[in-house]
Design a protein. Structure first.
Ligand code: ZN
Length: 200
């Protein structure tokens, strides 16, 4: 983890936001957060130290988890069934059409690892109903809870197309949401940096 004294103004840092990696320069060092300017999107963020990365972090081996799993696509579908049971209250709010889609949704791994998004839900393509969730294969060999959160997020997209307030509040009903979301973001950021540095 980055410490306060490790940072200097103007230095480039990386951090995850909702599963996406953002990079920017340090403009202010605060007690608990760092103010980072993302030039590309002209946005300013206050980022907790625990979420910051800098290149030096990646001289160590990639994030390794003792509880990682390699799920087949069939097991991904089983995981969706687990989620449906565990979060019945959430899925009860789906209307009949959405419930029908939820029951028949196909789930697969992406062919190649991606790092910008954890996954996506495709309702239709070329005028045809697709009803398909793709989970980024970046999450192969990561903890089941992380894969579960990515999947939960995509299942919620059957109901909500956008990341509206309502979507976010449903998403936050996920057990230990903040912690799991943080790990998920770190995996994506780490992947992104490794790609940028041609390490993978
Ligand atoms: Zn989304």
């Amino acid at each position: 983890m980055i410490e306060k004294n490790d940072l200097t103004i103007g230095e480039r840092v990386f951090f995850p936001i909702r599963g996406k990696g953002v990079n920017g320069t340090v403009v202010r060092i605060n007690k608990k957060t760092v103010t980072v300017f993302d030039k590309l999107n002209s946005r300013v963020y206050r980022v907790p130290y625990s979420l910051l990365f800098k290149d030096i972090t990646f001289s160590r081996p990639p994030l390794i988890f003792d509880n990682s799993v390699l799920l087949t696509e069939e097991e991904l579908s089983d995981l969706a069934d687990e989620l449906k049971k565990e979060y019945q209250q959430v899925f009860k709010t789906f209307n009949s059409e959405q419930t029908r889609l939820l029951e028949s949704v196909k789930i697969k791994w992406s062919k190649r690892p991606t790092y910008r998004k954890g996954g996506y839900y495709l309702k239709s393509a070329k005028g045809q109903l697709k009803n398909e969730i793709t989970i980024s294969s970046t999450f192969k060999n990561t903890p089941k809870e992380v894969i579960k959160l990515v999947l939960f997020h995509e299942l919620l997209h059957i109901k909500h197309f956008n990341h509206s307030k309502e979507f976010r509040s449903l998403e936050q009903s996920f057990t230990n949401f903040e912690k799991v979301d943080e790990i998920m973001g770190k995996i994506l950021v780490e992947y992104r940096i490794r790609r940028m540095k041609n390490l993978i």
